[in-house]
Design a protein around this ligand. Structure first.
Ligand SMILES: [Zn+2]
Length: 124
């Protein structure tokens, strides 16, 4: 009995149903990480998660489960913006770094121009 309950995925365990060897959740929601399924179930609902996993090729299901988990985790942490909040923050950081880079590149050009100017003055 304990061996069969060990094979039960986190989804079937939480939904209190029997987990079969062809359970759609089994490879992606292991019993060792119950929070992973708990998050996606809370945000998307178990049947929607199952439908989304079934819609794609088997080799893509790991990525689907991972992105659903990421989105659910973000949505729980930030109910207003979810992962869009993180994307916006990263866009702002990219913009800030681009501005810093442009400033440093301009400073380099100024220093190069000054060096060139002083070199030319010395040659004359
Ligand atoms: Zn299962």
């Amino acid at each position: 009995m304990s061996s069969s309950s060990n094979r039960q995925c986190a989804a079937c365990k939480q939904l209190r149903r029997r987990c079969t060897s062809n359970c759609i959740f089994l490879p992606y929601f292991p019993p060792t990480d119950p929070q992973r399924f708990s998050f996606v179930h809370r945000i998307f609902g178990a049947s929607n998660v199952a439908k989304m996993l079934q819609k794609v090729e088997e080799h893509e299901r790991g990525d689907v489960a991972e992105s659903l988990y990421y989105e659910a985790h973000c949505r729980i942490q930030d109910p207003v913006y979810g992962c869009v909040g993180i994307i916006t923050l990263l866009h702002e950081q990219i913009y800030d770094f681009q501005c810093q880079l442009a400033k440093v590149e301009a400073e380099i050009q100024v220093v190069k121009a000054q060096q060139l100017g002083s070199k030319n003055a010395w040659v004359k």
